[in-house]
Design a protein around this ligand. Structure first.
Ligand code: ATP
Length: 286
């Protein structure tokens, strides 16, 4: 299988922040979700992939080519939505299309018009009067309308209502029906990734804390809730982020099946990606 993105040992230091030996693979035909708390290094990773920053160490390849050596036009292949991306406020959507038609060799005006219709975006309204969801839809319409093979999306669903979010997630799922395409998207909304992502990388304080196929992660991790006396009998090496409260204890279990074999009397429930994030942060703070 070809990889759309291969990041190996990526390092970048900004004062007291360090992106530390990040490995990340985005296979063709897949959606990879990048999750992590504020300041974990998600945008820094995306910027390194776009060759917008110079890493202190490591390599980044897009479709097999090192981005540091790629021609500037390698971005023709990439549809980008960055969180700070904004359009010039006095413009209207058709004017944005005309400007971008000069910027991309593969710009497809019919495709762009199709997305304006599909997303219900007005042609006669200035962008300054667009809602947040409308701006994001316009951003995604422009990213898709030069026929990229790879979408790099920084927080594409943040601040949007569930209906719009689902509409966009469906669009992303449609996009990767073509096996030659791939999506890397960062998000705080773990439920969106549960719906759309095939693989998940969880960055915590600049490092990869958890990584894998989403279904395998959700299958393997578990959530233990038990009495304080029960927790005392459990091997701490099997647990992440154990916390004792007034009414009992809870912890993340890395290998649900192995845990059940060892402690059949204890109940381990399925987890969400959010559980994995929250307990991992707790475990790190303990
Ligand atoms: N150009 C820069 N100069 C100095 N520090 C920077 C720069 N870019 C990022 N940082 C720092 O690097 C760290 C990681 O930032 P980054 O934007 O990658 O995090 P993030 O995971 O995308 O966070 P968020 O979810 O809040 O967008 C932060 O501490 C940030 O202040």
């Amino acid at each position: 299988m070809t990889n759309a993105i291969e990041v190996r040992g990526l390092c970048k230091e900004y004062g007291d922040f360090r992106l530390d030996r990040v490995d990340l693979t985005v296979p063709c035909g897949a959606i990879v979700g990048l999750i992590g708390e504020n300041g974990a290094g998600k945008s820094t990773t995306l910027r390194a992939i776009l060759n917008l920053i110079r890493p202190d160490g490591g390599t980044v390849k897009v479709f097999g080519r090192a981005v540091s050596e790629a021609e500037p036009d390698f971005k023709e292949d990439i549809g980008v939505v960055l969180d700070e991306a904004s359009f010039h406020d006095p413009l209207k959507a058709p004017q944005v299309g005309r400007i971008l038609s000069g910027a991309y060799r593969n710009w497809d005006q019919r495709c762009f018009d199709g997305y304006l219709d599909k997303f219900g975006l007005p042609r006669d309204k200035k962008i300054k009067d667009f809602s947040k969801g409308m701006r994001m839809k316009l951003s995604i319409a422009t990213a898709l309308s030069h026929h990229p093979r790879l979408l790099l999306l920084d927080e594409p669903t943040s601040g949007l209502d569930p209906v719009v979010r689902n509409e966009l997630l469906d669009e992303f799922l449609d996009f990767i029906q073509d096996e030659g395409r791939a999506i890397l998207l960062s998000s705080h909304i773990t439920s969106d990734l549960e719906k759309a992502a095939d693989y998940v990388t969880y960055l915590h304080r600049g490092r990869v804390a958890v990584q894998g196929a989403k279904d395998e992660l959700l299958e393997s991790y578990g959530r233990l809730a038990c009495a304080r006396s029960d927790l005392q009998g459990v091997d701490p090496a099997l647990l992440v982020g154990a916390r004792t409260g007034q009414f009992g204890c809870e912890a993340l279990v890395r290998d649900r099946r192995a845990f059940r074999r060892q402690y059949p009397a204890l109940t381990v429930d399925p987890v969400t990606l959010e559980d994995i994030m929250v307990f991992t942060v707790r475990g790190d703070e303990a």
